[in-house]
Design a protein. Structure first.
Length: 473
């Protein structure tokens, strides 16, 4: 059966199961999970690179099939899927639609398919390998981020634009990590044993902040034994399977914060292969599912007698893929054409004076002041020096520091503002609202104890820190 659905003004065709009776469409369309699993298995098996010319002829490189085999042979059980590749495959549009509509259902289904592919492609004796011995293979997502949001890419969502309409949908966010909590170990498979009849039961726990529901009654049927009492199950810790679990706090990029407002932050939940991939100050792009759950991790769905369900949820992003960038690469991407232009500028004998004149051009210098010297110092600071290693092993830093002192109204703050706009990575702060210790780190207390958050010096690692009113600190 072929069904039509409308998205972004264009009508597209999607295959679906035959309905038992004709029902009016309510604007949403759901494909049978077995069809999704078959299409994803076909995509991983058959997707190949295409050449740019000659009518798009396959050159015979099966991208994801070979990636899965190489990763598993190294003992790294994951598959990194680029969302843009879904648009070039015959079944990719169905998969992309289901992934963006309900990632919570799609990702576990795809990871189950990866376990089947492992037993078919990689295992030497697939018939003799029990299901318990097949490792868990994680699906990681990546995307070529396009700020214009053209077809085939996903436009990043601002952290302050994450509203209730984005719940349970696939989102892409960008920001800077300000806090990384200690990694914990969460049970992915809980093994239970009945204390009365020794019946064993396994419960799979989904990813994210959720608890395992332990049944209150035993379903074992042993002849001659009395009926098991209520709540007979005991958790067997040594038989459970665990996975690494970590919480990050992501803050808006400084260039995304509106003037005069405080930057907002959001919690990210990462697990397995994505744990310990970043430190405070790291700039990253995260692809994940925007989730809303109970306030307490694993809290009860209903309160005490007379009180209803807590309808105000705790929102977080369950990360399905991380693209970490550090240093200048995080905010500045130089094209080959720009690099060629820089090489031509470097051959100009008067380039030094041109750079000095380009520093804060709205502030005019004269022979009666030292504005020209300040511009030269600021240009040297923005370019930075080079590290030096002395023969005795001593290392001299190449960072250049600058202290401006002067009367009120001599454009000291304007120079700081120019440095903030010109530098790819820069944090602007004021001495009034921070202390000397707060510039490096801050101690924040939460329900689990004390946590360390990076200050301005940490967040601007590899860039420039501008501190206004330094004497008020």
């Amino acid at each position: 059966m072929a069904s039509l659905f409308q998205e972004d003004g264009a009508i597209r065709v999607i295959e679906g199961p035959e309905p038992s009776d004709a029902q009016p469409m309510d604007g949403s369309f759901k494909v049978d999970p077995n069809q999704i699993a078959n299409k994803f298995k076909k995509f991983v098996r058959e997707y190949a690179y295409n050449t740019s010319g000659a009518g798009g002829i396959n050159i015979g490189t099966l991208k994801y099939r070979e990636q899965l085999q190489q990763n598993c042979s190294r003992g790294e059980f994951f598959l990194k899927l680029n969302l843009n590749d879904l648009n070039t495959h015959e079944d990719g549009e169905v998969l992309a639609h289901e992934l963006q509509r309900s990632p919570t259902e799609f990702v576990p289904l795809a990871e189950r398919v990866l376990k089947e592919l492992y037993s078919e492609l990689i295992s030497k004796d697939p018939q003799d390998l029990p299901d318990a011995k097949i490792p868990f293979i994680q699906l990681l997502l990546t995307s070529d981020v396009d700020l214009e949001g053209t077809f085939g890419t996903m436009k990043p969502v601002m952290i302050r634009d994450l509203t209730s309409t984005e719940v349970e949908k696939l989102v892409v966010v960008q920001g800077i990590v300000i806090s990384v909590k200690k990694a914990k170990h969460k049970a992915r498979k809980v093994t239970l044993r009945c204390a009365n009849c020794e019946n064993m039961k396994e419960i799979m726990v989904p990813d994210g902040y959720c608890a395992a529901h332990i049944p209150s009654a035993c379903d074992g049927r042993n002849v001659g034994l009395e009926k098991c009492p209520s709540n007979p199950f005991v958790i067997q810790d040594e038989l459970c399977e665990y996975v690494d679990d970590q919480t990050l706090k992501l803050q808006e990029l400084p260039e995304h914060v509106p003037v005069g407002e405080m930057p907002r932050s959001f919690d990210l939940h990462v697990h397995n292969q994505m744990v310990d991939k970043c430190v405070p100050g790291t700039r990253l792009t995260a692809i994940g599912c925007f989730c809303a759950t109970e306030r307490a991790v694993g809290g009860n769905l209903s309160g005490g007698r007379g009180s209803g369900v807590d309808t105000v949820k705790y929102s977080y992003i369950k990360v399905l893929g991380l693209d970490v960038a550090q240093g200048g690469k995080a905010a500045l991407d130089v094209s080959p054409e720009e690099e060629e232009k820089f090489r031509a500028m470097a051959k100009d004998p008067d380039i030094r004076n041109k750079i000095y004149a380009s520093i804060a051009p709205s502030i005019c210098a004269s022979a009666k002041d030292v504005i020209g010297d300040v511009k030269k110092a600021l240009a040297s600071l923005l370019f930075g020096g080079s590290r030096k290693y002395l023969p005795d092993g001593t290392r001299m830093r190449g960072d250049i520091n600058m202290l401006l002192m002067g009367d009120p109204g001599t454009a000291k703050s304007q120079f700081l503002k120019f440095a903030e706009k010109a530098s790819p990575i820069c944090i602007y702060t004021s001495g009034k609202g921070s202390s000397a210790a707060g510039l490096t780190a801050a101690i924040v207390r939460d329900k689990e104890g004390f946590a360390l958050e990076g200050g301005a010096m940490v967040l601007a690692d590899g860039g420039v820190v501008c501190i206004d009113e330094f004497d008020k600190m």
